[in-house]
Design a protein around this ligand. Structure first.
Ligand SMILES: Cc1cc2nc3c(=O)[nH]c(=O)nc-3n(C[C@H](O)[C@H](O)[C@H](O)COP(=O)(O)O)c2cc1C
Length: 321
């Protein structure tokens, strides 16, 4: 099974809808939504976040598991039950976010050095929620060995699964994966593990499978945004018109972005954000790559991007890190 990773700002409904329209369920089987914070800030913000997972907005889209971020027990229970009421039977708890302002408040990966706190939260939340709870973790915040004190805690509870990104919080999204530590987690945890991290090509996937043949499920984030066809390639699907399919996806994604009720400048920024990922998939001159970023007209920029992805040669080994 291939999961689309939650990526705040990138894999919200606009992306998931466009993806589903072009590829259906032939590549990605399931997506985890970008996190909904338990401390919402403003009410408008809370509404915006919930909207991303409302079933009526997700009807023609990839199936999703909503994700929450926080450490507040009453809000956790309340949100999981609310999500249960609108139809979800699983909620994912984010224990991986490395952003310092999140982690320093013992949220996201900032919870990983505190196994007693994790234990306390799970012991209070699980008996009170109607949904299953899965978790998404790193191996630690300061040190990958932190996971060894967490595994016995996780093993006490009936978790739906555990997504593991084998980095530590301090690494953010770079640096080597701690695959030796991950191997020890695989052999000691009693839950189903979903592997996440640095799968950017079929080769990366094959290497991971050789190391961990027992892992059946993977989660891919940046690799899919760089190359939306990667899940189909991993599944061995025959893709004869690669650039056309890529361009179709990008065109639909831009339609979704343009249909949003936000200022044009936000649409321009969003288009640029995606371009930084798409550009990593193709063999482009620095001039082409930067040229798009310097454009100021939204529709011109989108037209040029679609032209480029329709024609450009792919890089054999895209770098999505
Ligand atoms: C821009 C960005 C936003 C992210 N947002 C989330 C998020 O909302 N929730 C989460 O659990 N992980 C989030 N992540 C982490 C990804 O889900 C994933 O764990 C990480 O990118 C490693 O996987 P990859 O190498 O396949 O991208 C984010 C990562 C990036 C780069």
């Amino acid at each position: 099974m291939i999961y689309l990773a939650p990526m705040q700002g990138l894999t919200e409904i606009t992306f998931r809808k466009a993806y589903y329209k072009v590829f259906g369920l032939s590549g990605i089987d399931m997506a985890i939504s970008p996190f909904i914070s338990l401390t919402h800030g403003s009410l408008a913000n809370a509404y915006k976040k919930i909207k991303d997972v409302l079933p009526e907005c997700n009807a023609e889209s990839l199936p999703i598991i909503p994700q929450i971020l926080g450490n507040e027990v009453p809000q956790f229970i309340d949100m999981a039950n609310r999500l249960g009421e609108i139809g979800y039977d699983e909620v994912n708890w984010n224990m991986g976010c490395p952003v310092p302002k999140v982690a320093h408040k013992k949220r996201g990966s900032g919870l990983l050095p505190y196994p007693d706190m994790v234990d306390d939260i799970l012991s209070k939340v699980l008996p009170k929620v109607s949904t299953r709870i899965s978790i998404k973790i790193r191996l630690g915040y300061y040190n990958p060995d932190e996971v060894f004190d967490l595994v016995p805690v996780f093993n006490k509870y009936p978790l739906a699964n555990v997504v593991v990104h084998p980095r530590i919080g301090l690494q953010m999204y770079d640096g080597d994966l701690f695959l030796d530590v991950f191997a020890q987690v695989v052999s000691t945890i009693k839950h189903k593990i979903i592997f996440n991290g640095d799968i950017c090509s079929v080769d990366d996937y094959v290497k991971m499978k050789l190391l961990f043949p027992q892992i059946t499920d993977v989660m891919i984030g940046r690799g899919v945004v760089v190359n939306p066809l990667l899940p189909l390639e991993i599944k061995g699907q025959n893709i004869c018109n690669y650039n056309d399919k890529y361009a179709e996806f990008v065109t639909l994604l831009f339609d979704e972005i343009n249909a949003r009720n936000v200022p044009e400048i936000s649409k321009l920024r969003k288009t640029k954000e995606y371009w930084q990922y798409f550009a990593q998939n193709f063999d482009l001159s620095e001039e082409d790559r930067r040229g798009v970023l310097l454009m100021t007209d939204l529709y011109d920029m989108q037209r040029v991007i679609v032209e480029i992805v329709s024609k450009a040669d792919r890089l054999c080994m895209p770098n999505c890190r």
